[in-house]
Every structure is written in structure tokens, then in C-alpha cells.
Design a binder for this molecule. Structure first.
Ligand code: NAD
Ligand code: UD1
Length: 345
């Protein structure tokens, strides 16, 4: 098996953790990232963790010329494709940007892979492709596509494109990884999630309240049909998720076709349970206010992750306590993310 992997969006949250996992598993990484939602500092930190170099190309995946240059200059055998826009709310305001980046970007990448004979692809999909009607736990055989926002639809569309491309070309093998709710950070505290502006997601918001950047958390709805009235989600540690990409790469080596895999723990945790677990791990109180429901939120979903266990040999090993402790270590060492250099240097 070849060992050189192109990682699109490698400077981002999940990409940077996956780079560490790839290097630990003996792969060489080449990164393309426009840095539209990330910092090059993340790549420097990855290199500090692994002690190994990363070849970095700053640019957009829709830049055909740059992709051609990357495939010419590096003997790439597989691609892990993270690059794209991911803010659900913003996708409804700027749908064209989302389809451009996520769908057109994937098409340009796929064309370049075809032109240069690269046949293995791991794609970042999302549990959001199951839509609002699916029964829990979500299993890969459920119908997908009843998405409720352009972000989710863009992920679903790319899944269809990749299935069609793999059906037409038996040499192509694709893993569609449907992530549930990635949280946490590398245990070194050197890399983590660094949202721009007000965080949309729960854990970055809690962490910013804990570090004093925000006054209080709003808990969106406590009248859901769940044990404590707050929503249930399947939170998984980003380090486990990163390892899932390595397992998927290894699985792709002798496969053809496109296969979807849920990457989650198989357990649902409520918003209030998360707040308590975070407080316990950090020793910091997180003030919160019970607020109205957020439009578009589902009461509860979690993964049936048995396919990933059987076929990829992957399970999520790290528990809630570790997720919270690592989130706090990252946030407290880097209160301003990568923007201002950390206190731990
Ligand atoms: P992120 O924003 O931290 O990382 C994405 C990276 O891609 C960023 O570094 C950004 O600069 C880069 N990028 C965006 N558009 C680009 C383009 N056109 N060309 C080149 N680079 C570009 O996001 P993340 O949380 O690491 O997510 C990675 C992938 O996983 C995304 O595709 C996202 O939709 C998907 N995903 C994320 C989650 C989650 O909760 N974080 C859940 C499900 C799926
Ligand atoms: C959101 C996206 C989903 C994406 C996922 C990635 C929506 C509708 N869905 O899912 O497409 O794949 O992120 O992780 O945005 N919460 C609060 N207060 C906050 C923030 C969140 O109470 O300030 C609650 C939410 O109501 C939800 C839970 O925390 O119940 C998790 O929220 P979030 O982290 O945004 O993830 P999802 O809503 O599951």
C-alpha cells in the first residue's frame, strides 16, 4: 500500500487531528487548505506533536491548476477530503457558496484524482444526511436525503456523486464517513477546535463560557421528549474520529465501490449531562440559562456504529470524561485559539 495521502482541509479541526493519526500510523501527509476557516499554526502544532514534516499547499480545492501541481509533485495514493464549509445556519443564508465549495469542490477534486489515477478516497460526510424523519439509532441502510438545510444537502449530494463515480469505475474505492458529534482535542493541548466568531456548536460554546469569553450558555430547549428534557447527541472524541480515518484508508486498500460508515459511540448524551461532565472535568462552573428550542434541532439521535466495528475494526474508545478534560486543556491553554499564541509554549 502506498503511504502518501493528500488531506484536503488538513488545517481544520478534524483534519489536524487526522494528520497526527496518519503520521503515527506511518503515512506521509500532503495538505491543501485555503485557510478560510483555519490557521497555518495548526499545521505547525501537528508537526510539533509528531516531529514529522507536512508538505503544505495553500489554496482552494477548486483550483484545478494547483491540484494538478500537487498530484504531479507528490506520488499521492489516496485522498482524505475534509475541505468544505460546515456552518448549518450560514448555509441557509449563503447556499450558493456552500454548493460551490462542497459540491463543485468535490467534483474538481474527483476529476483531478481521475486524471492522475488516484483511486482511493475517504469523504467527510455527516449524520445530517439521515434527515429529520429517520428512526434512532441511525443505521447506514436507512434512506438518506431528507435534509433540512443546504449544508446537509451538499453532503448528501456529494455522497451520491461518489457512489455514481465508484459504480462507473470499479478501480475507485470510497469510504463515506458519517460523523456524529466530534468534540475534544488532542491530549497535548496543542491542537483543538478554533471556531471563528460565536460558536454554533455546544462544546466550543461551553469551553468559551468556562474560560470567561462568554457570560453564559443558552440551553436550547428543556421540553424535548428525553429523560431530562434536553436533546441527546452522540458525542465522540476527535482523536477516535481521526483514527477512524486511518482504519478507513487501510480498509480501502483492497476494495472497490462506495461504502458508508457511521462513526459515533452508539450512545446518546443530553445537553445537561454534557454541562455536568464538563464542570466535573474542568472544576469550573458553567452558568447557563434555559432558552427556547433552536430551529431545526432534532430531539435525539445517535449512531448504530456496528458496521464500522465489523468492517473497519474501529470503535470509539475514549469516554465523556476524556472528551471534556481534553476540551478544557485545549481551551484553557489557548483561550484565543490559534489567534494569539498559547501560554503553553
Ligand atoms: P473545519 O472548518 O475546521 O475544517 C475544514 C477545513 O477546510 C478548514 O481548514 C478550511 O480552511 C478548509 N476549506 C474550506 N473550504 C475549502 C476549499 N474550498 N478549499 C480548500 N480548503 C477549504 O471543519 P471540521 O470540523 O474539521 O470539518 C471537516 C469536515 O468534516 C467538513 O467537511 C465538515 O463538513 C465535516 N463534518 C464536520 C463535523 C463537525 O462537527 N465538525 C460533523 C460532520 C461532518
Ligand atoms: C450540528 C448541526 C449538524 C452538524 C453538527 C456537527 C444543526 C441544526 N446541526 O448538530 O448538521 O453535523 O452540528 O457537530 O446545527 N446546544 C445548546 N446551546 C448551544 C449550542 C448547542 O443547547 O449554544 C444544544 C443543541 O440544541 C443540541 C446540542 O446542544 O441539542 C448539540 O448542538 P451542536 O453542537 O450544535 O450539534 P448538533 O445540533 O447535533
Amino acid at each position: 500500500m502506498g503511504r502518501r495521502v493528500l488531506v484536503t482541509g488538513g488545517a481544520g479541526y478534524i483534519g489536524s487531528h487526522t494528520l497526527v493519526a496518519l503520521q503515527e500510523a506511518g503515512f506521509e501527509a500532503v495538505v491543501i487548505d485555503s485557510l478560510c476557516n483555519s490557521s497555518e499554526v495548526a499545521l505547525q502544532r501537528v508537526q510539533a506533536i509528531s516531529g514529522k514534516p507536512i508538505r503544505f499547499y495553500r489554496g482552494d480545492i477548486r483550483n484545478r491548476k494547483l491540484l494538478g501541481q500537487i498530484f504531479t509533485e507528490n506520488a499521492i495514493h489516496a485522498v482524505i477530503h475534509f475541505a468544505g464549509l460546515k456552518a448549518v445556519g450560514e448555509s441557509s443564508q449563503k447556499p450558493i457558496d456552500y454548493y460551490q465549495s462542497n459540491v463543485s469542490g468535490s467534483l474538481v477534486l474527483l476529476e483531478a484524482m481521475q486524471a492522475f489515477g488516484v483511486k482511493q478516497l475517504v469523504f467527510s460526510s455527516s449524520a445530517t444526511v439521515y434527515g429529520s424523519e429517520a428512526p434512532v439509532p441511525y443505521v447506514e441502510t436507512l434512506q438518506t436525503g431528507r435534509t433540512s438545510n443546504p449544508y446537509g444537502t451538499s453532503k448528501w449530494m456529494v455522497e451520491q456523486v461518489l457512489r455514481d463515480a465508484a459504480a462507473a469505475n470499479p478501480e475507485l474505492s470510497v469510504a463515506l464517513l458519517r460523523y456524529f458529534n466530534p468534540v475534544g482535542a488532542h491530549p497535548s493541548g496543542l491542537i483543538g477546535e478554533d471556531p471563528q466568531g460565536i460558536p454554533n456548536n455546544l462544546l466550543p460554546y461551553i469551553a468559551q463560557v468556562a474560560v470567561g469569553k462568554r457570560n453564559e450558555l443558552s440551553i436550547f430547549g428543556d421540553d424535548y421528549p428525553t429523560p431530562d428534557g434536553t436533546c441527546l447527541r452522540d458525542y465522540l472524541h476527535v482523536v477516535d474520529l481521526a483514527i477512524g480515518h486511518v482504519r478507513a484508508l487501510e480498509w480501502l486498500a483492497d476494495k472497490s465501490g462506495a461504502e458508508a460508515f457511521n462513526l459515533g459511540t452508539g450512545r446518546g448524551t443530553s445537553v445537561l449531562e454534557i454541562v455536568r461532565a464538563f464542570e466535573q472535568a474542568s472544576g469550573v462552573t458553567v452558568p447557563y440559562r434555559l432558552s427556547p428550542r433552536r430551529a431545526g434541532d432534532l430531539p435525539a439521535f445517535w449512531a448504530d456504529a456496528s458496521k464500522a466495528k465489523c468492517e473497519l475494526g474501529w470503535v470509539a474508545n475514549l469516554g465523556l470524561e476524556q472528551m471534556m478534560a481534553d476540551t478544557w486543556r485545549w481551551q484553557s491553554k489557548n483561550p484565543h485559539g490559534y489567534g494569539a499564541v498559547a501560554t503553553n509554549k
